[in-house]
Design a protein around this ligand. Structure first.
Ligand SMILES: Cc1ncc(COP(=O)(O)O)c(C=O)c1O
Length: 342
């Protein structure tokens, strides 16, 4: 497994830590440069960069895991590569070839091996690819140059108690996305638009807010920066369908796991906020959140509790154990899901 830095892995939250090396590549005159690793964690960019004024930026989030045997592996980085290119297309930014993307992720993980938390620590290495418009430009138009960078840091659970349920509150006053906007892409502006709703939910004592569909405010879209799933009283796995939801790689992995590992019927369909009674368990899922059980959802004056506000439900636990087991190499993965970092 090699030497590790001196970090108490069990105390990690989801905070920035400067690791040794990050990758940076520049797109200029119609092409990408080779890209390189650098110790410098500061960017020096034009004051007229589109990323600063017009939000021309997108990003990804994925993790590296240490297996029982000490191997380091990535979970479905090809899906992050495909998704960042969808975001780039939406914001008229150049795409990043899949090979360049995966190779750069591998370089960053290898260069920061000492920060990859050991097997059994409960922590993982979070990897953050970012793409942004830079160069001198003041009109509202695509930038003349782009920076693609990737950095990483060891993290613990995103919601502070891991597999302990959290309560969420429906955001009735704010939307994170417009009906035909950029909700389905991982672009910076979506997150700026979510800060106020999150801050108000946190102030009221909730882990985050639940966004409803922006057109009718009747259907669940997202749980903060994670997707929603529910387990019906008939043991079906249900997750909302909508073009303004970010297509979560974790969610699509859970749809597969529920169907093929747990033999459950699975559905992507509309989930109405006034039909929560159909679910006996519910959860939020994402790379950072993994699976966070939803204890209850506050909607107007009512707190709707699913399985329990303190205990994880049995099906949510099975989904978590299978997903995390695959990520750690303890459970056999479907073909093509795991990339070893050699
Ligand atoms: C808005 C939003 N929804 C859902 C997710 C979960 O997606 P994934 O499972 O690919 O991490 C994320 C995180 O990437 C997100 O930012």
């Amino acid at each position: 497994m090699g030497k590790k830095v001196d970090i108490d892995w069990s105390k990690l939250g989801f905070d920035y830590i400067k690791t040794d090396l990050r990758y940076i590549s520049v797109w200029k005159d119609g092409k990408w440069d080779e890209g390189k690793l650098t110790e410098d964690n500061m960017l020096h960019i034009s004051e007229a960069s589109t990323v600063l004024h017009y939000g021309q930026s997108c990003f990804e989030g994925l993790k590296a895991y240490t297996t029982k045997e000490g191997k380091i592996q990535l979970f479905r980085p090809d899906r992050n590569s495909a998704r960042i290119n969808e975001s780039c297309k939406k914001l008229l930014m150049p795409e990043i070839p899949e090979e360049k993307f995966i190779n750069a992720v591998m370089q960053v993980v290898k260069a920061n091996k000492e920060y990859v938390p050991p097997y059994g620590s409960g922590a993982t290495l979070y990897i953050r690819p970012v793409m942004m418009g830079v160069g001198h430009n003041i009109g509202v138009k695509p930038a003349p140059e782009y920076i693609f960078t990737i950095f990483c840091m060891p993290v613990g659970p995103y919601f502070k108690d891991g597999l302990t349920p959290c309560n969420f509150i429906v955001s009735d006053d704010y939307d994170r996305a417009a009906p035909h906007g950029t909700g389905g892409q991982k672009v910076g502006g979506n997150y700026a638009a979510s800060l106020q709703a999150h801050a108000e939910a946190a102030k009221k004592g909730f882990a985050d807010c639940i966004y409803l569909d922006p057109a009718t405010h009747t259907k669940i879209e997202e749980v903060g920066a994670a997707n929603f799933f529910g387990i019906t009283k008939n043991d079906e796995f249900v997750t909302p369908a909508s073009p303004s939801i970010l297509p979560s790689i974790t969610k699509y992995s859970l749809l597969y796991i529920a169907e093929h590992y747990l033999n459950m019927p699975v559905y992507e369909k509309e989930v109405f906020i006034d039909e929560l009674d159909q679910f006996k368990e519910a959860g939020a899922c994402g790379t950072a959140a993994v699976i966070t059980p939803i204890g209850g959802i506050q909607y107007k004056d009512n707190l709707h509790v699913f399985y329990s506000e303190t205990e994880v439900g049995p099906i949510t636990r099975k989904l978590y154990d299978t997903l995390y087991g695959i990520q750690l190499g303890d459970v056999k993965a479907p073909e093509g899901w795991i990339y070893e970092v050699k």
